[in-house]
Design a protein around this ligand. Structure first.
Ligand code: RB5
Length: 141
């Protein structure tokens, strides 16, 4: 799968871990930045990742900031982006099955590396269930 990843300084370390994990799993990863620990503004990276998903360059996006909250607020301002902030794998799975989330948001200062990779593994592998959930999604557009 083609996946774009982005972070601010608060999510940089976790984003790097996730990008490495995804590449190991055979995914194509596009890193939209940031690339250093310098203080930056999370909406800039959310915008880049969401645009890559919206224009079809990437199937999904993963955004990481300190809490994941700023990234999820920024991402959900984009039309056709359904961003889910997840702290464990149950909501990650449901965000795919029921909400067809195309962007996953994580808090680099909230979840540890093992929990984060578990969330990513489940979120990437889970398909949208469709059916009644598709009808509900249609009401969001
Ligand atoms: C940056 O310090 C922090 O505010 C940011 O990473 C994020 O948590 C915002 O929601």
């Amino acid at each position: 799968m083609n996946i774009s990843v982005g972070s601010d300084h608060g999510g940089l370390e976790l984003k790097r871990l996730i990008a490495g994990y995804l590449r190991e799993q055979g995914h194509e990863v596009r890193d939209a930045g940031c690339h250093s620990g310098e203080s930056v503004d999370y909406p800039d990276f959310a915008d880049t990742v969401c645009e890559l998903v919206r224009n079809g360059s990437c199937e999904r996006g993963i955004l990481v900031c300190g809490t994941g909250i700023g990234m999820s607020i920024a991402a959900n301002r984009h039309r056709d982006i359904r961003a889910a902030l997840c702290h464990e794998s149950y909501t990650a799975r449901m965000s795919r099955e029921h909400n067809d989330a195309n962007v996953l948001c994580l808090g680099g200062r909230v979840v540890g590396p093992e929990i984060a990779l578990d969330i990513v593994r489940v979120w990437v592998a889970t398909e949208f269930a469709g059916g009644r959930h598709q009808r509900r999604l249609a009401k969001l557009s």
